[in-house]
Each structure stands twice: as C-alpha cells, then as structure tokens.
Design a protein around this ligand. Structure first.
Ligand code: BG6
Length: 473
C-alpha cells in the first residue's frame, strides 16, 4: 500500500451514536435495553421498555439526524476512512422477516453517499452488538443455527444494497469476548449475544455453541460477499489484549501465552481454512459436543478473511502463580505495575499495540487494520468553551508511534488506523457519556442534560495535522 493510501480515520457504532431507536421502522436491539451502567436485563422481560428508566442508546448522540454535520467534521479532520456499523434491527426489525425495512436501508445508503461525497472510504461492520431482541427471545440467540441463516440473509441484503459503494466489510465486532471466565462476564455475553452469563444453563456448552455458530456465520458471509461483488474485501474485528507474565517463572510465561492466545482460535478458524483441531479436542476433553459437518468444513475452506481488524486499548497481566501482592483490575486480574491506567482502570500500553501487530501478522500473514484504539477520559469544558485534552493526544500519539515502528521496523502490513470514537458517544460497557473518546465534543451529559451541540477539542486540530503531515510527506 502506498503511503497516501493509508486509511487514517475513526470508528463508531450504530447503537452508541445513532439514537432514533424506534424511528422509521427500527425494531428493538439488545443494546436498546441497557440502562446506564447496568446489564440487568433478564430474558423474560427483554422486549419491554420501562418508561421510568433511562436508556442511553435511545437518543445516542442523534447521529441519525446529524450525520451530515458529523461527517463534514470528520472530513475537515482529513479522514480517509470511517468505520460505521449497521444496526441489524433497523433492517430486519425482528430479525426473522423475509422482507427488509426499506427505510432502514435508505438511511445507510444516505450515510454511505455522504461519506463518498467527502472521499471518505466507508468500512462497514455488520454486527457491532446490535442484535434484534426478538432473535434472543424466540430463538435463544446464536445457540440456534436458524439465527445464522437470518444473519446471512441480512448480510446479503446489505451487500446488495450497498454494492459498488462499500468495498471493506466487517462480519463481526469483537465476537472473541464470548468466552468469558469470570462472573463479571455478563457484560460480554450480553453485548455479543443478548444473554447473561450468570443466568446461562450449561455455560460451557452454550458458549462454545454460540462461538462456533458465529464463526461459521462469518465464513459463510465472506463467501456471499464475494459472490455478490468480487471486489469486496471482508474482514472480522477482534478485540485483543496481550496478557504479559508477571515474572519469568516459566509457568507464568506459559500462562501468559495461553491467555494471550485463548481467543485466537476464532481467528484461526476464519483464516486457516478449517476449525482448529486443538480447539475441538479441548471441547471434547471438557465434554462439550460440537461437530463440524462436511458442509461446515467446506464453508471454513471457502470463507477465509481478506484482512484482520484489530481493536486495541490496553494490555493485561496473566493469571500468575506466586505470592506477589498486586492491585486488581476492573474486570479481575492483576494491574501491571509498570503502566499507568485510565480512570476506568484500563492500563495504557502503546508497546502492546506493536506487540500485537507483530503477533497477528506473523501468525496469519494477512493485512491488518487497526479498527479501534483510544482513551476514555473525563473532559473539562473551560469557560471559553475550549477543551484541552492533552492526555488524549498523548495516548493516541504514542500508539501511532508504536504502530509506525511495527510497520517500518517490523514490516507488518498494516493499512489503516481508525481511532475509536472520533466523536463522543455512549460507552458500550457502562452506558456513560462522561467516558469520552472523541476529538469532537458532544454536549450531552449522564443526567440527560445537554444541547447535543458539537465542538472541536484541542485533539481535533492535532489529529487533523497528523493526517495532513502523514498524507503529504
Ligand atoms: C470496544 C467496542 O471493545 O470498546 C466499542 O468495540 C466500545 O463498542 C469500546 O465502545 C470502548 O469501550 P467503552 O466501554 O469504553 O465504550
């Protein structure tokens, strides 16, 4: 890839920014039931909305109505690419219909046209935690193979509707988090499949089945995308975290390898042409039943990814053997004493990005795009209206430096950097607005006040200069 083809830009997701949760035929998506800071949705009631409660996604940042203004701001920053997601429940409100909601399709056509008008390459994620709730209630979510068929029908609808306009597609965002290990994992199983880990019967079997069905759905979607348009480039996005050993005790180094590698079996399955044998044997040893049919085997062989999307925020420390005392992180586990952390406890580790880029590239040899990276922080609006977010600039700058080392010194084929949340949006894991990532400030607060007006932070100009320098030199 030539230097000035590098895709500088950002990533956003439908449920975190669109709002308009019940407009123009949209159905209820799983994230429409999440109240601020909680994931307290029992399945039985998951189709009802409690008018007493506040659901941040219902308004989001009103991207649904303000997208021309927002895209113009991205263009002003010099974006070459924007990753958006399509909300499945806008296209098929319940998920199992035969005919799509035309108004939903038209909305995304308009957004894509707006991006193209500004020479911004659209990168489209087909599933970023946006599942019609009906599929959870009636079919039990991804446990049921019928959901794979509904998903493929939805993908086909979008490949056709945006044919010739969208070249880069992403089948799933961060489905690798479906394999949780702690009771704090309700967040992850809910955002990925609309199910709560703590309420799941036969947890291991259920999770393995969900993971397998989603992996299979991804490879099948790749094949359909290519049939509809051979120009389509299809990837899948993984949210990866290198887990370092606490010390050089060989057992801890082994634990570190296993933890870092734990979620890579899905990438193996999508890149290597078959579901990995080691994972099937592991399932067998755990009493988990899973069969790869001949038809599935063919799908894995035919649906290999064209590129890998990497979401990177922080590193972790692997579970260790020993008696060292250490501070715990938000999601359990050990805090790295060498690293600073964000207000939400996420360690800040730019080198981890270089490490992962090398790890993934050497393992799969596929082009990589950084599809998310950024810092969630509390911003202060000064009296004159400015926002001095040096901490965000510092974070992004250091990560870009490490990415460049990976490209220039380690020869990793990385073709883009999309920072997460170029405009403030609703946090996926806490539903908060105060956890801001943006270069563009949105006047909206957790107590539901705010005009939704957009303004430029200090980082806006900084990123604009970064893109223009890198692009022209
Ligand atoms: C990624 C998700 O894992 O993390 C995004 O793909 C999410 O949707 C991002 O917003 C940051 O997490 P949070 O909870 O700070 O919004």
């Amino acid at each position: 890839m030539k230097k000035n083809e590098f895709l500088w830009g950002g990533s956003i997701a439908a449920h975190q920014c669109e709002g308009a949760w019940d407009q123009e035929g949209k159905g209820i998506g799983i994230m429409d039931l999440v109240t601020q800071g909680t994931y307290e949705i029992p399945r039985e009631i998951c189709q009802t909305i409690d008018p007493e409660k506040y659901y941040p996604s219902h308004e989001g940042i009103d991207f649904y109505h303000r997208y021309p203004e927002d895209i113009a701001l991205f263009a002003e920053m010099g974006f070459k690419a924007l990753r958006i997601s399509i909300d499945w429940s806008r296209i098929f409100p319940k998920g199992d219909e035969q005919t799509p909601n035309q108004l939903g399709i038209e909305f995304y056509q308009k957004v894509i046209d707006e991006l193209l008008k500004h020479d911004i390459e659209p990168i489209v994620t087909l599933y970023h935690f946006e599942m019609p709730v009906h599929l959870v209630r009636e079919y039990g979510s991804w446990v049921n193979p019928k959901v794979v068929d509904f998903y493929l029908n939805y993908c086909q609808t979008m490949f056709e509707a945006l044919k010739g306009k969208v070249r880069y597609w992403v089948t799933f965002n961060e489905m690798n988090h479906i394999d949780p290990q702690t009771e704090a994992s309700d967040i992850f199983t809910y955002i990925i499949a609309g199910l709560k880990y703590t309420e799941m019967e036969n947890k291991q079997q259920t999770l393995a089945t969900i993971s397998y069905n989603m992996t299979l759905a991804s490879v099948k979607a790749v094949k359909i995308a290519r049939m509809i348009d051979p120009e389509n480039q299809v990837g899948c996005v993984f949210g990866l975290t290198p887990a370092y050993p606490l010390n050089c005790d060989p057992q801890n180094v082994m634990n570190s390898f296993k933890e870092t590698d734990r979620e890579c079996y899905q990438i193996d399955a999508m890149c290597m042409g078959r579901f990995p044998e080691y994972k099937l044997k592991e399932y067998q040893a755990q009493g988990i039943e899973l069969t790869v049919s001949d038809e599935d085997a063919l799908a894995f062989a035919q649906g290999k990814l064209d590129f890998i999307g990497l979401n990177y925020y922080s590193s972790s420390v692997a579970h260790y053997e020993g008696d060292e005392e250490n501070e715990e992180t938000l999601f359990g586990g050990t805090q790295n004493p060498y690293l600073e952390k964000s207000k939400w406890g996420w360690s800040i580790d730019p080198t981890g990005l270089r490490y992962l880029l090398n790890y993934i590239y050497r393992r799969y040899g596929l082009p990589i795009i950084i599809t998310e990276n950024g810092l969630g922080a509390i911003d202060q609006v000064e009296e004159d209206g400015t926002i001095q977010d040096d901490y965000r600039i510092e974070y992004v700058k250091k990560h870009i430096e490490q990415m460049e080392k990976a490209i220039v010194e380690d020869y990793v084929d990385c073709f883009g950097y999309l920072m997460w949340g170029p405009i403030d949006l609703v946090s996926a894991t806490t539903g908060e607005m105060k956890k801001r990532y943006g270069f563009i400030y949105v006047d909206k607060n957790d107590d539901q006040t705010g005009s939704l007006a957009r303004s430029k932070k200090e980082s806006f100009r900084w990123y604009q200069n970064v893109i223009s320098d890198k692009f022209n030199n």
